[in-house]
Every structure is written in C-alpha cells, then in structure tokens.
Design a protein. Structure first.
Length: 373
C-alpha cells in the first residue's frame, strides 16, 4: 500500500511527491507523459520551496534570480523572477551584445529581438553549423546535435562574434537537451564570450529540459514512477475516504492519500466536452457565471460579446477548501484524504500560474495529504 499517490507529473505533482518522500513516505507518481510544465518557456514566477530548488540544482537545472526581462524567441520580452543561468545571462538590455540566429532554424526571430526597443543588441547574422540538414533543423534535433559537441559549436560562435567585435551573444534554445548546464558552460568556454539563450519555443526545449530534470529528481528520491492514467477510484463504504485508484490498464493501487495535480486542459486534468469534468477521480466541476451554474462549456460562455477579463473556462477546475480538500456544489467535503494542487484547482489559470507558485502549492499539498493518510 502506498502512503501517497500523486496524479500528475508537472512541477506541482513532482513537488508534492518529493515533499512526501522527504518526510519518509512510500510515494508513487502516476503520469501518462510529460506534464504541462514541459511546455514552460524557461522563466519562473514565484519562489519554489528551498528544498525543491536545491534538488533542481543537484539535477543540473539551477535557478538564479532575474531582475530584468528575458528575450523570448517570438520577439518580445518575458518577465520572470527566476530562470536557469543560461537564460538569465540574456536578460535585456543587451547593449554591446548580439543576437545570433541559426541557418536552417526559421522559428527564431533574431532580427526582431535585436531591435533597440527590445534587447538593445545588434543583429549578428546566422550561424551555419556543419551537416545542417537540407530541410533545416527542428529545435529538438538541433539541440541534440549541439549537445554532442558543445565546445566545437562554441568555437564557431566565437569566430563569428569576434569578427564583429562582440563579447556577448544570445541564441535560440539550442544548448542541449539532457545536460543544459554542462552544454552551456562548454559552449561558452569554446566561444570565449558570454552566451545565453532566449526563452520559449515550440516545441519547448526549456520545458523538455525541466521535465527531464524532474524525472531525475523523482528517481533519485526513490519515488516510484507509474506510467498510465487514472480511470476511477475506490471509496471506503460509508466514508469520505478514497482507498484505491484504478488505472486504465486494469491495475489498482491501494493508497493512504492522493494529491491531484493533473493540470487543466493541456494536461488532461479537466475535460470540457461534452460536459466539464475532472478526468482522474471524477470529482465535480462546474462554473458559476451570470447568476447561473453551468456544467457544460455552453455556447454563451464562448461567444459572449463583451468580455474584458479572461475567458471563464480558463478558471474551471476542482473547488477545494482552505486545506486543499475537494468540495461538491453544496460546499460539502467530497474526500478527506485527497488534496488538490496546481492548475487543476478551480480559479487557477494555467497560463498565469508561475512554476514557483505551482511548486510551493504542490509541496504544501504533499505534506497535507500525508497528515490525512
């Protein structure tokens, strides 16, 4: 029997699992694939718990303070409070620096980022790497290629920059997949100048790196990783306690407590069609709007003519009390030994939830769930 089962493999879920494991619990984490955190751009908002940040650093994904905006691959500046050093080094403005594109990688808007009102740097042209595919690079294949020989790639960057008298350059996210810290340091040493990456991208290389680091943390901490999806729950008769979680393959996990951190629409935690529902445990989901209660993504919610705020469906989720326990439409407690964490919680917009805030919430809910186990 598990002391705690965490549903969801994003930052909130991983933080919950690590917190419980640090407290000595027998913990498993269920995930069907990378969480929505794997779509992260690279910058962090909100402060993660100190033990979680320290664990990330041990996994080769350190975070440093950022006081200036970070250049985004789409050509704008992105506010952040923390970021890995390979992004933080590129904080704007970049007077005296250069923005460097890569031939065969069309998604990086180097020319726009180099404009004075954004990064404040010159445009240094494009780097052409050996064995560039005829059809161009995908972000993943390019990052993997750079990781195989980061020092040599750094030398090529250094040669190009020295021709222009540049001592600092910002690149698209290309400095490795699995070992970004090592790759960044080796490329910078090879270049002989300060290198940094813009944040963002599709697919998100920064998000991929974070997901890999989280998986390393879980493995090193002794968290059991279970692949699959939850397909229902067993409830102790006559009680408000969840006793087991059923998986889509037929397996059943006996649990003392559960943290629900499955995310919202991107992570599959909340489903909007035909009716709003929480997909893992079947917890109630509804929206209160214009004096009415909605259980479906009704047309009026998506076609309202005058809307000054965010779309109401973005805040849909599982309602929870002050202790994170799920509630029904009457405000009554649904399950005593379940805690809701991250963006699956009602009122939390996934795009607005900072990674640091998600980690702090997950950490707190992991410990709270243990108390109810």
């Amino acid at each position: 029997m598990l002391d705690l089962l965490v549903l969801g493999g994003g930052v909130a879920g991983c933080a919950a699992a690590l917190a419980a494991r640090a407290a000595g619990a027998h913990v498993a984490l269920l995930r069907a694939g990378p969480g929505a955190s794997a779509l992260a751009a690279g910058g962090w908002k909100g402060a993660p718990p100190a033990p979680f940040a320290a664990a990330l650093e041990r996994a080769g994904h350190p975070l440093v303070e950022v006081t200036r905006p970070l250049p985004h691959v789409n050509g704008y500046l992105d506010a952040a409070e923390l970021a890995p050093p390979w992004h933080a080094e590129g904080a704007a403005p970049l007077e005296g620096g250069a923005v460097l594109g890569v031939k065969g990688l069309p998604a990086f808007n180097a020319a726009f980022l180099a404009r004075p009102h954004l990064a404040g740097a010159m445009l240094a042209g494009s780097l052409e790497l050996p064995r560039t595919p005829a059809g161009g690079w995908s972000p993943v294949s390019l990052a993997a290629a750079v990781e195989r020989s980061p020092g040599r790639v750094g030398e090529l960057i250094g040669q190009l920059m020295k021709e222009r008298g540049v001592t600092r350059a910002i690149l698209p996210p290309i400095l490795g997949l699995e070992r970004p810290l090592e790759c960044w340091r080796a490329a910078s040493a090879g270049a002989g100048i300060d290198l940094a990456e813009a944040v963002g991208g599709t697919p998100s290389i920064p998000g991929w790196r974070l997901d890999r680091a989280l998986l390393r943390l879980l493995g090193e901490a002794g968290v059991e990783l279970v692949e699959g999806r939850a397909a229902g729950a067993g409830i102790v008769a006559g009680s408000r306690r969840l006793s087991a979680v059923k998986l889509d393959g037929g397996r059943e996990l006996s649990v003392g407590a559960v943290v629900l951190a499955t995310g919202k629409y991107a992570g599959g935690g909340i489903v909007g069609a035909p009716a709003l529902r929480e997909s893992a445990l079947g917890l109630p989901v509804w929206l209160e709007r214009l004096g009415e209660r909605f259980h479906e993504a009704a047309p009026m919610l998506t076609t309202e003519a005058a809307r000054a705020g965010a779309h109401p469906l973005l805040a849909a989720g599982v309602r929870a009390d002050a202790n994170g326990r799920p509630l029904d439409e009457r405000g009554a407690l649904v399950l005593e030994n379940v805690r809701v964490a991250g963006s699956v919680r009602h009122g939390t917009e996934a795009a607005a939830l900072g990674l640091g805030d998600a980690a702090a919430d997950g950490w707190a809910m992991g410990l709270a769930a243990l108390e109810a186990a």
